[in-house]
Every structure is written in structure tokens, then in C-alpha cells.
Design a protein around this ligand. Sequence first.
Ligand code: MV4
Length: 448
Amino acid sequence: MFEKILIANRGEIALRIHRACREMGIQTVAVHSTADADAMHVRLADESVCIGPPTSKASYLNMPALLSAATITGADAIHPGVGFLSENAEFAAMVEEHGFVFIGPKPEHIALMGDKVAAKRAAHELGLPVVPGSPDAVTTEAEAERVAKDIGYPILIKASAGGGGRGMKLVHEPEDLARQLELARTEARANFGSDVVYMERFLAHPRHIEVQILADSQGNAVHLGERDCSLQRRHQKLVEEAPSPALNSEQRGQIGALAVQAIGELGYQSAGTIEFLFEDGQFYFMEMNTRLQVEHPVTEMITGIDLVREQIRVAAGLPLDLRQEEITFSGHAIECRINAEHPTTFAPSPGTVSDYHAPGGLGVRVDSGLYSGYRVPPQYDSLIAKLIVHGQTRNECLMRLRRALEEFVIEGVDTTIPLHRKLIAETDFINGIYDIAWLEHYVDAQNG
Ligand code: MV4
């Protein structure tokens, strides 16, 4: 097992990884920008290295600085966390070339899933259901028209180098096709440096359901059930839950088995998430994320499995000590993302936290690096805390969540806590009836 891990991230996720390392008897190296010198992840780590000025580009995305930090501290492995370099195949390869272990999948699997056309093709070949569309990239108007005849309108044009909702164009009728194709290609070239686009039938009211998988270097793979992440606004998830209120156990077992089969065949290693759109009882592969996810705690709460610990174990070459039959799902978990943002305008709200009190009690988990007097820097993602609540039933989980949100005190910066308090009183949310468009409509209606 590793003796020392460098955590190439910040905030609550750096803290989360540190906690798993500590419990495994592994020393930690924190890295930080000059803006994060007083951050909790730096305070709790065994050692810390300043890797650059405040901008992400100069610090948390600075590959030479990170590799130097790992070298001078004698780290064995690097955990990239989420965001930043976590899905950068070049960084993963560089880490290995410098003699460290990258705690994540192989660079070729990161690269494959980063190329959305290749990822969809691979998913299809691996037996996963995909949205009807162009099997490959579409370049000419004639090609686009042929595909459109096949799949029908409305059509979504997606950038192969995009993902996460960036660079999509909705086409309602044949008259718009040529113009939208041209626009999609131009924007993709400008934004992602590649004009490769593909077409899919547009699903109007799907849910976003993702399956957590875990695989070791010996070819063993398991799934840990699904998360429902449909409550998003502008591609920013706000609330996630496990299990999905929309699935029955048969559907859960079916999509889980398909996911396990696919990643086994792919020879994938580490934790990963396969994202699906779910509409009218059908699953459609959307993307695969080759990293730990922000919302992984809801899966941990219903399975009792520490995903970061498992990631570290398989990266060290140990076999999974979990068999699928041993993974049981217990109760229900919901995560609320607490961002330093205005609760109705979503304007970022950096500043000093003047007072902080986190909720506690049975079934309540808070992942956060906040403390009274902490200054939320303006340079980074606005996520400052995650409130994760578990209950034996979804209803118990909701009651506990309501109670925990009442207790939560964060003063000095605006947060999304007031929005969460209102959301959990909404009938649709209480009944679990929502799709990917629900939150956007709700927020717009609230704002008039
Ligand atoms: C779609 C779709 C509808 N039909 N594909 C958005 C993120 C990117 N991963 C793919 N996305 C979508 N793909 C087809 N064929 C709707 C979305 C989408 C979405 C998906 C999940 C969660 C929130 C979303 C918000 C807007 C659009």
C-alpha cells in the first residue's frame, strides 16, 4: 500500500480524500494556491506545498508544479479529486511517467471517454443502449439530412469534444438543420478546438440517472447502484439522491448488470460513473465520467462502502474485496449542494464566513472545509459544503433533511441553503416526480 498520497485538489473534496487516507494509515500531502494558504485541507494534511498564485491555471492545473510537489515530498501516488486535472489523460500519463501512481483509470480510458463520439460508439459496442442518432461524426449537410430522415425531429447536435452540456444545438425542423449544423461546428471549433459534432434524437423529458461502478486491475467489476441527478440548473447539479425514485429494483439490477458487463469488457480500472438519460422506462447512454464524482457520498450512504478507499486500493493493485452479491442497498440518501451563491440569482458570493454551524445527528454527514473566519476565495467553484442525509426510507430522509437544513448556519456569504429549504417543501420533490427540466422551470417561476 502507498505510504504517502499527494492530493491534487482543494476544498471539501481534498478533505474527503484526506479522510480516507488517514483511516488507511496513509500520509497526505496537500497542495494549495496562495489564495488557499489558510484552507482546511492544508491545515489537516501532514504536509503542504504551495503550487502557485490564485488562478487555477497557475496552481491546481499546473502540471509541472504538481509533479515537483510530489517529487520533493516523496509521494507514491497522486489523487486528482474531481474537476481540475481529474479527467486529463495527458496528466494521468505524465504522473505515471514520473514514477507515481495515478489514482484513477488508465490514460487511454480517460481519453476514450473524453471523445464523445468514440465513447458512444464504444458504449454501443459494449452492449449499452444509446440514443438513436448518427453513429459517427457528421460533417456535411447531406449527411445530416440523411441522419435526420432516419431519426426524426427534434434533433440535438452535440460536440464530440464537449460534454457536460456544453456546445449543444437543438433543431426543431428540417429548415433549421443546415444553419444549426454550421453553427454547432463553428462554436465547437472555437470552444473545444475540434469541429467534430454528432446528432441524436432529442429526448424531451428524461431523468439523469447515473450508475456508479468500481473495477480492479484483475478484471473484477461491481456496480453500486444509481444516483438520480435530474435536479440541475444550467448543467450544475443542485440535489442528488440514491436510489432513484423512478426505478424499480428490476430496472436497477438490469442497468447495473449492463454497466458491469461493459466496463469488464473494456478493461476499465478504478471508480467510474456511467451516465444515462431515462425516459419512458428506457435507458440511453449519455457519457462516462472517469473520476470520482461530487455526489459520490449518496452512494456511500446507502452501501456503506468508502469509494475513495476502494479507489486507492485498486490503484495500489489490490483486488476488489467486494463481490456484487455482498453489496446491499440500505435506505435512502439525498445530497444538497451548498454553494456560495445568491439563492435566487445564483450570483457568486465570495467573502468571509462570519459564523458557521454545521448540522449533526443520526444520518447526517457534512463534507466541507468551512469554519468561522474562513474566506471563500473568488477564483474557484462556488461549492462550499455538501449536506448528505440518510434515512431508512425516502420519507425519513426528507424529514431529516428538513431538520438538518434548519440547523445549518452559514453567515457572511450568500448560500443556496434558503433555496434547498424551499425546494424540499415542493410537492413534486417530495413525491420524487421531476425530470432534467424541472429545476430550471421552478427557479424561473420563483423569480417571476
Ligand atoms: C441530451 C438531452 C436530450 N436528448 N441528449 C446535457 C449534458 C450532456 N451530458 C448531455 N445532455 C443532454 N443530452 C439527448 N439526445 C438532454 C441533455 C440535457 C441534460 C441532461 C442531463 C441533465 C441535465 C440536462 C439539461 C439539459 C440538457
